[in-house]
Design a protein around this ligand. Structure first.
Ligand code: AMP
Length: 218
């Protein structure tokens, strides 16, 4: 399986990408996570990326493409689910060149659609556990004791870019810079499918599977 998940921040790309990758034995490549790891380890890439991420802006395309090129070439031979990449037309052009070079065509693009009000609550309410990586939401899925992980007892955190103002800005950045990729891929040979991302997790996953199977058969 070689697919791209497109969707605004909070649309569920991380959750759905992990499920899809597991089921199809593919590598989930989430550029946001790779960048957060780089920031945490204070690598040269992390130092360059941090200010853009904190402001809810996109990290420059050349840095992203350099990072992704290596990961795809080294880890994605058996397939991949791209989560959060590409985010601009230049990144999509770069991806096309990388995949052509490796002889790995895309199977499909999945667009997860969720209304802005839901996105804002999902992101500004998100509280990840830094230890065991469980993710809670103070509106939809709160822990039993406020601020404490049910599973491991660690203190929950909030991503620095999940405060309400930065969340609104990230959604605008998506609309301006990333949503045009829907048309970009519709104009290509790669099938594009649309899934209602506001449904329960299992329903979204089975819609993705059904629609991709249908699109690849067509
Ligand atoms: P995410 O975890 O996908 O929401 O990404 C968090 C932040 O990382 C974004 O707001 C951007 O600052 C940065 N980022 C992640 N992926 C990309 C990308 N493909 N291009 C540019 N910036 C990115």
């Amino acid at each position: 399986m070689r697919v791209i998940l497109l969707g605004a921040p909070g649309a569920g790309k991380g959750t759905q990408g992990a499920l899809l990758a597991k089921r199809h034995d593919a590598e989930r490549i989430a550029t946001g996570e790779l960048l957060r790891d780089a920031v945490r380890s204070d690598s040269p890439l992390g130092r360059k990326a941090k200010s853009y991420m904190d402001a809810g802006e996109l990290v420059p395309d050349d840095l992203i493409l350099e990072m992704v090129r290596e990961v795809i070439a080294e880890e994605a031979r058996d397939g991949f689910v791209l989560d959060g990449f590409p985010r601009t037309v230049d990144q999509a052009d770069g991806l096309r060149a990388i995949l052509n070079g490796l002889g790995m065509p895309l199977d499909g693009v999945v667009v997860l659609k969720v209304d802005d009000e839901v996105l804002i609550k999902r992101l500004s309410g998100r509280r990840p556990c830094p230890e065991c990586k469980a993710v809670y939401n103070i509106y939809f899925d709160p822990p039993e004791q406020a601020g404490i992980c049910d599973r491991c007892g660690a203190e929950l955190q909030q991503r620095s870019d999940d405060d309400p103002e930065t969340v609104k800005h990230r959604i605008q950045v998506y609309a301006r810079q990333t949503r045009p990729l829907v048309e970009y891929y519709q104009a290509s040979d790669t099938p594009v499918v649309f899934v209602d991302g506001a449904q329960p997790v299992d329903a979204v996953q089975s819609d993705i599977e059904d629609q991709l199977a249908g699109a690849v058969r067509a």
